[in-house]
Design a protein around this ligand. Structure first.
Ligand code: SF4
Length: 99
């Protein structure tokens, strides 16, 4: 995953509506993939489920959540780079199992 939300987040929810993969969740809320539920990844601020973020590959040329954030809390996570091929494969997997 190459996009993450930092502690600059004010939990306004502006990014959630922009995500075509339904990868962004409120603090403390479990995320789901294909109807299966997984524990929340943050109890403190809005978070992105890395298994669902394709950096918008397959939908848009650029991540849609980054410019949507009023506090610039969403940044590329260079610690965990993924190739375009990996991101496309993730998108296709989500197409199959459901977001
Ligand atoms: Fe969703 Fe795109 Fe942001 Fe990833 S980069 S969390 S797919 S809006």
């Amino acid at each position: 995953m190459a996009v993450k939300i930092t502690e600059e987040c004010i939990a306004c929810g502006a990014c959630e509506a922009e995500c075509p993969n339904n990868a962004i969740y409120e603090a403390g809320k479990p995320y789901t993939i294909g109807g299966e539920e997984f524990p929340a990844l943050s109890e403190d601020y809005t978070y992105i489920a890395p298994d669902k973020c394709t950096e918008c590959v397959g939908f848009h040329d650029e991540p849609q959540c980054i410019p949507a954030c009023p506090t610039e809390a969403i940044v590329l996570n260079t610690d965990t780079p993924e190739t375009p091929e990996q991101l496309t494969a993730k998108k296709e997997h989500l197409d199959k199992v459901g977001r």
